[in-house]
Every structure is written in structure tokens, then in C-alpha cells.
Design a protein around this ligand. Structure first.
Ligand code: F6P
Ligand code: MG
Length: 526
């Protein structure tokens, strides 16, 4: 029997709707007003795992289970080297927890609270889950949160164990990127081993121009060092790595064309002026900072010229080495009197720097025997560079820190509210450099903002809050969010969408973006 209510397709075409209101072109309410923004509702639409058009989908659906599978293989390799029964049983349980987590990812399970494993960030995680992601799963929570959550859960697999609390499933891979980068490592060590000095008889202007040129090249070295991200480039050949890491002048001029949002000239103006900071209050340590850093001779270099530069680090191994070369130049040329490096408290997004990676790099440079096929002179250059960097640490010119906030699911729009101590600390810096793709996603709330959105607008309170420091994002583009391309940015992005599939994940393009912030203003918390 036919139901009278069912309208067949042909009949529907004849429906007359002239008495209903006219169709309107409804504008989506984006960007959301700052008061309606929260971790599940960014200013522009969030990327989520179920969005098949976004890199979120490939990452949540394929890359993360693969990364976890490889991590399990790593632990099995460690297990097979053990002899003590207690430790073996404890490690087997870690593997079981990892396998369970892999299953949860594969079936997109709901996100549960993190267990109290004694980490400093448990409350931050569980508050965010309860307030914004209750009942959400790996695919329908925001991509940024779900991906970060996976690394927190991976941490939990070990942090509840007795013997393996600090085990790093990515450590072997991270060390590998450095040892597989021989050419670029020694190219840089041979060029920078001699402390930086000007040729005699140069005028002041000529000296400054020389420094500017060096700064521009080093900025690019530091930037493109971010291309070698393990989570994406795990299967690269040495040849491919070499071409990515090429540090020659010509190659750099060529790659500058690929910096789609390029504020490097403004960055130079900022850095150049730091040398004038001698004796200014925030160019020196205050007592609290001496206590935090434990710097032995901190007071000594209170008189040194230059500002304070902070690096929010990204990847270990080769990228960290490039960051250090850059930081070394800033110290030697007197632009910075102190550089503070911020790393992660535990293994994070495969390649990110932890304290152990930091120590490994400096020590392997001085004492290691990683590179057998290079000359004695080259070996010596790496040792000397490493010794110099360790000396900076002793003198408090370089300081390594690891605030718990860097390993949370919050974006940096919430840094001011969720980590006020860290915001205050960064507000005393003269320049905060954020490295890499994930830091950029967190600065910009990882959402579908138009590419013409200004960097300042896209980072919200990190630019607009009173006392916000000057911020620079140095990022090779490896995921969906792209902003800061200038007034015709939407057209540039549109053209690349048409002409070059995958341009947002290849690491071929980059941005170096600067926000002026509101330095010097009194920081306020509501
Ligand atoms: O898994 C995707 C991602 O989070 C992207 O941000 C990027 O592709 C990669 O992992 C991390 O890159 P980076 O080390 O530059 O932050
Ligand atoms: Mg990283």
C-alpha cells in the first residue's frame, strides 16, 4: 500500500514555496567572538579527525596507529635485551597498555580522564576533558586536542610503571636524525667553530650589513631545520635528507621564495636593536630567575649587552642543533645576553625535545663517536662547538626549562589563563621564537582561518594581552592551518590548492611571522 505522506522526487520538483520566507545567504558566525571561543570551538571551524578533507583524518586514522605500532616495536626491542624478571614483567605491562591504546585509536574510543600518575599536568588535562570534551572520541574531538591526548596517554602507559617511568619510545629515532645528517652537521660546525669576529678595517655600517646577511642565512637554517620532522619523514633516504638540509647560500636564496609569509626583515630590526639593551632591566637576571636557572655565574653577565631571547623548541637532533647554532650567533654577536630554551617534560609528537635529548646532543658532540667517516679536523670542530655550548650553560647564558603547560592539549590562546606563571615569565623576554608546526597550530588555535588573517589576529591573547611579548613563529608548513600570507593571502592559498596538491603537508613551504605584542605593559590576570 502506498503511503500518502511520501513525496516522490518528480512531485517534489513541483512544490511551490512562495509563501515561505526567501532563502538567505546565511553567513557562518566566524570568527567567533572571543567570549564564545573555547577549546572545542576555536575562532574559526576546528579541524577534526572525521574531516576527510583535512590532514587530521590521515593523522588520526592512519599515522597515529602507525606511530604507536613502531613505538611498540621499539619497546619490544628493549624487552628482548632485559634479564631481570621484575623489569621484564613491568615492561610487558607497558606494552599491553600501548596495545590497548592502539585499539582505542583504531576504534575511535571516547576520551577518558588521565589517571593520576603524579605528573604535574594531570589536573590541567582532566579539567579540559571535563569542561570541553566530555563524551567526545578520538575522531570528533578537535584534532589538536585528540592528537595531544594520544601522546599524554602514551606517557601514562609508562608513568604508572615501576621501572620504566621515564622510558622514551622515540629516543632511538631522535638520535638517528642527528647521526644521519652528517653533511649538514659538519658544514655548520666547520663554519661556526671559530667564535664570530669581524674582518679588520670594516666600517660600522659594513659590520652591521655583514651581521644582517649572516642573520638572514641563519634564520633560514633554523627555519628549514624544522623540515626533518620524524613523525612525517620516517622513511626518508639519506639523499633526501641531504637535499632538505642543504645549507649552501644559493639553495637558501632559492628557498626564501617558499616562505609564503615572510617577516624576516622585521625580525632583523628587532634583533638588531637588542644589542642596545645593555643595563636595561629586562636584559638582566632578577633574583627569581637566578634561582630558577641555577646559573653559577649568572650575576657576571648581568653587565653583558643584549636582550633575552626564548626558544619554544620543537624537534630534537638536527633541528635542535640548528637552533643552537642560531642561538650561539645571537650570543656571540651581542644581540642576546641570554637564551632560554623551552622543551617538553616527556616524549611528545615523536620528535620533540626533552631534557634527555638536550643533554644527549651536547654530550654526544663533545664525547661521542657517532661519525666515523669524517676528518679529524671536522670531528674537532664539533667537539669545540659542543664545549662552547656547555660553557654557555654553566655561565647561565643558556638555560633549559620544561614547564608542564607545553605538554597539554591547550592552545596558546589559553596560556595566559591556564599558565599565568609561564605567561609572566615569557612577558619578560625580548623575543619569543616558536619553532615548528605544532607550536604554530597551538598559536593559531589550529582552525580554518582564512590565509589572509593577520598573524596578530590569529594568535589572540598572545598578541593582544597586556605584557604579551614579541613573538616569532618559524614554521615549515606541515598541516592545514595557514595564516599571515598578507592581503592577497586567500588568492595565494587558493592557487596552491588548485596547482599543488599536498602543499600544506609537504614541508616545502614555510612562514616566518612576527607579532609585536604589548611588551613592557603590566601583565594582568582577571
Ligand atoms: O601529526 C601532525 C603534526 O602534529 C603536525 O603538526 C606536523 O605534521 C607534525 O605532526 C609535527 O610537526 P612539528 O614537529 O614541526 O611540530
Ligand atoms: Mg615536533
Amino acid at each position: 500500500m502506498e503511503t500518502t505522506g511520501a513525496i516522490k522526487g518528480s512531485e517534489r520538483r513541483h512544490l511551490r514555496l512562495e509563501n515561505l520566507p526567501q532563502r538567505k545567504n546565511i553567513q557562518a558566525p566566524f570568527p567567533r567572538s572571543p567570549r564564545s571561543v573555547d577549546p572545542n570551538n576555536p575562532p574559526w571551524p576546528a579541524f577534526r579527525g572525521y574531516h576527510t578533507y583535512s590532514f587530521a583524518n590521515a593523522t588520526m586514522g592512519h599515522r597515529l596507529p602507525t606511530i604507536l605500532g613502531k613505538a611498540i616495536d621499539d619497546v619490544i626491542a628493549t624487552l628482548n635485551d632485559q634479564s631481570e624478571e621484575d623489569k621484564i614483567i613491568d615492561l610487558v605491562q607497558c606494552i599491553e597498555r600501548m596495545e590497548y591504546l592502539k585499539g582505542e585509536l583504531e576504534r575511535s574510543a571516547k576520551l577518558r580522564p588521565v589517571v593520576d600518575d603524579g605528573e604535574a599536568d594531570v589536573a590541567l588535562w582532566n579539567k579540559e576533558i571535563a569542561k570541553y570534551f566530555l563524551g567526545k572520541d578520538f575522531m570528533n574531538a578537535t584534532w589538536l586536542f585528540a592528537e595531544a591526548y594520544k601522546y599524554r596517554r602514551l606517557r601514562e602507559c609508562f608513568s604508572v610503571s615501576k621501572y620504566w617511568r621515564n622510558y622514551d619510545v622515540f629516543f632511538r629515532q631522535k638520535c638517528d636524525t642527528f647521526s644521519r645528517s652528517t653533511d649538514a652537521v659538519f658544514e655548520l660546525s666547520m663554519r661556526f667553530v671559530e667564535p664570530f669576529k669581524h674582518a679588520p678595517n670594516l666600517t660600522d655600517n659594513e659590520q652591521l650589513e655583514k651581521e644582517r646577511l649572516m642573520f638572514m642565512e641563519l634564520t633560514q637554517i633554523c627555519l628549514w631545520g624544522n623540515s626533518t620532522d620524524l613523525s612525517l619523514l620516517i622513511n626518508m633516504t639519506e639523499e633526501q635528507i641531504k637535499s632538505l638540509q642543504s645549507t649552501g647560500g644559493e639553495a637558501l636564496a632559492e628557498t626564501e621564495k617558499n616562505i609564503l609569509g615572510n617577516h624576516m626583515h622585521r625580525l632583523w630590526e628587532i634583533v638588531k636593536d637588542l644589542r642596545e639593551k645593555k643595563g636595561q632591566p629586562n636584559a638582566v637576571f632578577d633574583d627569581e630567575e637566578i634561582a630558577v636557572s641555577g646559573a653559577v655565574n649568572a650575576k657576571d653577565h648581568m653587565k653583558a649587552p643584549g636582550g633575552r631571547v626564548d626558544f619554544i623548541l620543537d624537534n630534537a637532533g638536527f633541528e635542535l642543533y640548528c637552533d643552537c647554532v642560531y642561538a650561539d650567533f645571537l650570543i656571540q654577536s651581542g644581540f642576546a645576553s641570554q637564551v632560554r630554551f623551552h622543551g617538553k617534560r616527556y616524549p611528545w609528537f615523536v620528535s620533540d625535545v626533552t631534557k634527555k635529548d638536550w643533554e644527549w646532543l651536547l654530550n654526544i658532540m663533545v664525547y661521542g663517536q657517532l661519525f666515523s667517516k669524517v676528518s679529524e679536523e671536522e670531528k674537532e670542530s664539533l667537539k669545540r662547538l659542543g664545549r662552547r655550548w656547555k660553557q654557555y650553560e654553566k655561565e647561565g647564558k643558556w638555560v633549559y626549562e620544561q614547564h608542564p603547560f607545553w605538554c597539554t592539549g591547550y592552545t596558546y590562546w589559553d596560556l595566559h589563563s591556564e599558565a599565568p606563571d609561564l605567561f609572566l615569565h615569557l612577558s619578560r623576554s625580548d623575543l619569543v621564537i616558536f619553532k615548528g608546526d605544532l607550536n604554530h597550530r597551538k598559536l593559531t588555535y589550529d582552525c580554518a582561518a582564512p590565509a589572509s588573517t593577520t598573524f596578530e589576529d590569529s594568535i589572540g591573547p598572545m598578541a593582544s594581552a597586556a605584557g604579551a611579548p614579541r613573538v616569532c613563529s618559524m614554521r615549515t608548513i606541515k598541516s592545514d592551518v595557514v595564516v599571515g600570507l598578507g592581503e592577497n593571502g586567500d588568492e595565494i592559498a587558493e592557487k596552491l590548492n588548485k596547482d599543488e596538491e599536498g602543499w600544506k603537508i609537504s614541508g616545502k613551504y614555510a612562514v616566518v611571522l612576527v607579532s609585536e605584542g604589548r611588551p613592557g605593559e603590566l601583565v594582568r590576570f582577571a
